[in-house]
Design a binder for this molecule. Structure first.
Ligand code: SF4
Length: 84
């Protein structure tokens, strides 16, 4: 496999993860107000790490659990931003 092919596969996987994450959250918002904890509990998380990247309080870390990186919310540090 050449490097261009590997880059193409990686790009497609990244785009698929973003689309999956977007759809998970949209579906969740339709069904009920979804947050990071509910997303993890309902096994909808695709480990995109967007929640961790955008958290203004740096209260969401990604932890390795059962073969997947999943978000963990620091309840002591978290403010009521609304999505954690
Ligand atoms: S990593 Fe965070 S933003 Fe991405 S799917 Fe999981 S809960 Fe949602």
């Amino acid at each position: 496999m050449g490097s261009n092919e590997a880059i193409n596969i990686f790009s497609k996987l990244s785009i698929n993860l973003l689309i999956q994450s977007y759809l998970n959250h949209k579906i969740g918002l339709i069904m009920e107000k979804l947050n990071v904890k509910k997303t993890r509990k309902l096994d909808l998380c695709v480990s995109c790490e967007i929640c961790s990247a955008v958290c203004p309080e740096n209260s969401i870390i990604m932890e390795y659990d059962f073969g997947q990186f999943l978000p963990k919310v620091d309840d002591e540090n978290v403010q009521s931003v609304g999505f954690a």
